[in-house]
Each structure stands twice: as C-alpha cells, then as structure tokens.
Design a protein around this ligand. Structure first.
Ligand SMILES: [Zn+2]
Length: 323
C-alpha cells in the first residue's frame, strides 16, 4: 500500500433525510463522496458507531487530519455543542465535539449545515471574489447563510440569515416557526407543489395537466421541462416564485448592501426561468445603489456544498484561520 502522505479532511453533511460524506485533499479536490438515506442514523447512538466504523475505514486510505460536521439546526461552532437538530428528535443537548473526539481521536468541528454550504460557495464556489454575500438554499425548507466583511455572520446566538422566515404579508399561512406568511410557507418545495396542484386544474391547456393525468403527480423538474417547452402556465409559475423570493431579497439587499446572492438547492435547477425574473424584480424594486451592486448567481456545488463546506471548516478551524 502507498504511504499516506497527503493530508485529507472529512466532511459530513448530516441532513434531515440524508447522510452525506466526502473526503477532500488540501486543495479541496473531492476524493470520495457518498450519499445515503439517514434511516437508523436518526438515533445518535447508532450514528456514533457508524461514524466510528466509517472513519476507521477511511483512515486506511487517507491521512485524515480533522473532521467537520454540517448539522441541521442550532449548534455552537465555538464549543461544539448541539442545542437541537430540526426534525431529529433525539438530538438534543449533546457535547458532540467532545464526544466525537473521544471516540475518533481526531480533531472534530461542527457548524450549522447552511453555514457550511455558505462557506463552500464563498471560498470555493460562486461567491468567490466578494466581501459580502448571502446564500439561499431552496429545498423542503428555505435556509440562508450570511457572509459580512469576509466572515460568516453568526449573530448573538448562532441563528442568523433565516430568510425562509421573512414574512411576505401580514396575513397568510401559519409557519412552524410561529410566524405568519413566511417565505418558506410559499416556496418550500412541497408548498410549491401544493400551490401548483391548486392552480393547475384551472389550466387544462397546460402540458402539465396531461403529465399529472398520466403520472398522477408532477415534480418541480416537470414544471421546468414544461417551461422549456414554452408552456405559459409553467413560465408564469416560475415568475411567481421569482416574485415571492425577490420580495424577501429586496429587503435583504436594501438592508445589507451585499454584492452577491448565491442561490442553491433543487429549485435553482429552474435556471433562467427563475433567475431572469428574479434579477429583474430585484433590480426594479430594490433601492438603486444596492440594486446596481448585487449579483444574483446560481450555486456551484449544489448537493455537495454541505460536505465541501464541512471539510473546509475542518481544515480552516484546525489551522486556526478565522472565517
Ligand atoms: Zn417561519
């Protein structure tokens, strides 16, 4: 076997439904990537055993210097403490860094998963070359991460940039966060599909009506495909999504005067059908100077952002770099 001379870093993206891990070298080239369903790993005890085996296996092949975790919920980057994880009920008040370091004998760091994705895009992806950036992750939920003055902004208690919970109106659907008419209640993946179903029956002329008849369901990809084929219903649908997201982003742009907004997650696959009307909406509605200085771009790493960011946190924190 070749000697393990090169330094490597393990990034683990612990999502609400999937467990992803990746190994990168010092230049953040991805050497290994795997995605699996969370399944039994929802139980922290099962997770600990699994991660121990995983690290032991990977260590045969790579010289692992440190491990970074991206976790879905409020966690304390400084102390390595998990307050709780959203949608994973047994993960509450765990001194994860200390526990993992005892088990693995390798330095461990952790951060919120959207912060990890934000750092990946900022240092290595579509956010490079600016000082102030917002990441928007569009999925089941709508998450955000914020870089201000070249550093991740953590706020008073590590719960910043919750763009999904910006209210769009005084009245509207109730959100899990206690809020009313939150952005996420409109453009979270499932909410988008529910909305599409609600309005589709009024549009028998849309190709999506035929798709639904055939498959019984439609997906967001189907809506993008229909838009590509020139379907008016589908194009209007993405225009509507762009307006809702744009409404929240105008507030962000006016307040923060950021230079870049990086948009990732499944919905960003709608490409120009989302980005074109979104850019226009922000340009027209935001204050002139802020609007002129902000670029809205698609994320580079998509479903790998979390693991690359977690590995980046592992490396930078080990090197005591501030980020
Ligand atoms: Zn909310």
């Amino acid at each position: 076997m070749r000697p393990k001379v090169n330094k490597h870093y393990l990034g683990i993206d612990f999502g609400g439904t999937n467990f992803k891990f990746g190994v990168v070298d010092s230049e953040f080239n991805l050497k290994e990537f795997k995605i699996m369903s969370l399944g039994k790993l929802k139980d922290p005890r099962v997770s600990i055993v699994f991660i121990k085996d995983l690290v032991s296996d990977l260590s045969k092949k790579y010289k692992l210097m440190s491990i970074g975790f991206g976790l879905p919920g409020p966690v304390d980057f400084e102390t390595g403490h998990i307050h709780y994880l959203v949608n994973l009920k047994n993960w509450r008040n765990i001194g994860w860094k200390k526990l993992m370091e005892q088990e693995l004998k390798i330095p461990v760091f952790l951060d919120n998963d959207v912060n990890a994705a934000t750092l990946a895009e900022y240092y290595l992806g579509s956010g490079r070359g600016c000082l102030n950036m917002m990441m928007v992750a569009l999925g089941t939920g709508v998450g955000g991460g914020l870089i201000l003055g070249g550093k991740i902004y953590r706020g008073a208690s590590n719960v910043t940039a919750e763009i999904g919970h910006i209210p769009l109106s005084i009245k509207g659907p109730k959100c899990n966060c206690k809020g009313i008419a939150c952005l996420e209640s409109y453009i979270g993946n499932q909410n988008l599909l529910n909305y599409a179903y609600r309005i589709l029956h009024k549009h028998p002329e849309s190709v999506l009506s035929a798709v639904k008849k055939k498959k019984l369901i439609i997906s967001l990809e189907d809506i993008t495909d229909a838009a590509k084929a020139g379907d008016k219903f589908a194009i209007d649908f993405w225009n509507d999504v762009a307006e809702k997201l744009g409404q929240a982003l105008v507030g962000v742009v006016n307040i923060l005067n950021i230079e870049k907004i990086v948009i990732g997650g499944g919905v960003s696959a709608a490409g120009q059908f989302l980005f074109k009307p979104l850019r226009k909406f922000v340009r027209v509605r935001a204050m002139d100077i802020q609007a002129k200085n902000v670029k809205i771009v698609k994320a580079k790493f998509q479903n790998k952002a979390g693991i690359i960011g977690s590995a980046l946190i592992a490396k930078y924190a080990l090197e005591k770099r501030s980020f």
